[in-house]
Design a protein around this ligand. Structure first.
Ligand SMILES: Cc1ncc(CNC=O)c(N)n1
Length: 225
């Protein structure tokens, strides 16, 4: 058996296999409505409040990935990639606070909706030391990639994204964030290359579950509270 250098990793194979849920997560009606300018601002405000709460729960998850990268990865660059993600979360929280005052959203009164709570519980479960590093990395990639793909779509040619929403789109749709997602994907693919069959099936399952949670997350914006 020869070991040929593959350009395509297992993640691309899984994305092809689970294309319909991947598309549902990255081309959701809410995202498409931002791109075509028909977005309902009460939906945007709902999303903003819920996403701020999500990000506050995501920080400890990324911190736990960072710790595992330091302990378990043979590659010293893994930790640097994750640390870069942590640093942008710091800016992101400040951005959310500025947006809150711009849109008159009071985060202190935002209550996490069911989809948000469930997603948060899933992240908490992934922080367990029993979860394999390759599985955590796969989840981490999927979470970041959905936002990158979704918001980059709102900036592609032909968009009618309202000017006041381009800040959000640039936050996750910019080329630096795309590069970062690609680095995280390379780490996950590298870990999965040597993973056991059990780890592979767990990682594939976690990938699909992230996509499902992301769809449910976008769905909350429809409520428009
Ligand atoms: C629900 C959800 N998924 C992914 C992201 C992107 N990661 C960090 O910001 C996000 N903000 N919210």
């Amino acid at each position: 058996m020869e070991k040929k250098p593959e350009r395509r990793g297992v993640i691309d194979t899984w994305i092809d296999k689970h294309r319909s849920i991947y598309t549902a997560a990255t081309r959701h009606a809410f995202v498409v409505s931002i791109r075509d300018g028909s977005v309902d601002l009460s939906s945007f405000r709902t999303w903003l409040g819920q996403d701020y709460l999500f990000v506050r729960g995501f920080v400890p998850f990324v911190a736990s990935v960072l710790i595992r990268a330091g302990k378990e990865s043979g590659e010293s660059s893994d930790m640097e990639v994750v640390l870069g993600g942590m640093a942008s979360l710091n800016d992101e929280i400040e951005w959310f606070k500025r947006e809150a005052s711009k849109w008159d959203v009071d985060f202190s009164t935002v209550v996490p909706q069911k989809a948000n709570q469930e997603y948060n519980r899933f992240l908490e479960a992934l922080m367990s030391s029993e979860v394999k590093y390759s599985v955590m990395m796969t989840a981490f990639w999927a979470i970041e990639a959905v936002y990158q793909e979704s918001f980059a779509h709102c900036l592609e040619d032909g968009n009618k994204t309202p000017l006041e929403l381009t800040g959000a789109c640039h936050r996750w749709g910019n080329d630096g964030f795309k590069q970062y997602c690609s680095s995280v994907k390379n780490i996950a693919d590298r870990c999965l290359e040597t993973a056991s069959g059990e780890a592979l099936s767990e990682a594939e399952d976690v990938l699909v579950r992230v996509l499902e949670y992301e769809v449910a997350f976008w769905e909350m914006s429809r409520g428009g509270e």
